[in-house]
Write a new protein. Structure first.
Lengths: 120, 114
């Protein structure tokens, strides 16, 4: 089963409008982290926002907010007041605890991404 | 501040040729390092990770190998490239392992195998 599912291959939004990018996840671990990254056409992955599984409040970072619904296992990204520069691929990712030679590390698992296009 | 470099930025190689991609991190010590591959229009697949010098773990069996000769240097290699090795390769680092620690990515190398 897919650990991270992004069901929207592409989304369109008008400049200055808000848009929601969907992300659902699958884990049996009670401790996990959820991340959103933006990938412009240049290819670099830019970290946007994260949500911890035990966080009581939804994460916010400027125009980005994460609509975290733990029971539904969803972590949707909301971008308010879209700008032309928001046009990019957006990835949802999850981090679960793992062990590497006795050192804990969290492996990031990425969804397939959503291409967002902002129209003027 | 910390920066991560990758080179080359783009590479076109014939099938069967060797490969060496380099990643270096500045401004931090003993980072965890990662190599990812991204096929066109797809998500990222973790290839290798390293928690210290000489410590390499592979996530998927493949035609590639990785090495960490220095604390802040991570190298991705192949002795003989396959067509299926084409893709966008991203190196990433993090301060330390932790569920809530984000990874920081380099600019990537776009590899085309002909």
């Amino acid at each position: 089963a897919q650990k991270i599912t992004q069901t929207q291959p592409g989304m369109f939004v008008q400049e200055k409008e808000a848009v929601t990018l969907d992300c659902t996840y699958d884990t049996s671990d009670p401790s996990y982290g959820l991340f959103w990254y933006k990938q412009p056409s240049s290819g670099e992955m830019i970290f946007l926002i994260y949500q911890g599984s035990y966080d009581q409040q939804n994460a916010t970072e400027g125009r980005y907010s994460l609509n975290f619904q733990k029971a539904r296992k969803s972590a949707n990204l909301v971008i308010s007041a879209s700008q032309l520069g928001d046009s990019a691929m957006y990835f949802c990712a999850m981090r679960e605890a793992s062990n590497a030679g006795g050192t804990s590390y969290g492996k990031l698992t990425f969804g397939q991404g959503t291409i967002l296009t902002v129209h003027p | 501040s910390q920066t991560i470099h990758q080179w080359p930025a783009t590479l076109v190689q014939p099938v069967g040729s060797p490969l060496s991609l380099e990643c270096t991190v500045e401004g931090t010590s003993n980072p965890n390092l990662y190599w990812y591959r991204q096929a066109a229009g797809r998500g990222l697949q973790l290839l290798f990770y390293s928690v210290g010098i000489g410590q390499i773990s592979s996530e998927v069996p493949q035609n590639l190998s990785a090495s960490r000769p220095q604390d802040r240097q991570f190298i991705l290699s192949s002795k003989k490239l396959l067509l299926s090795d084409s893709g966008f390769y991203l190196c990433a680092w993090e301060w330390e392992a932790g569920l809530y620690n984000e990874q920081f990515f380099g600019p990537g190398t776009r590899l085309t195998v002909l």
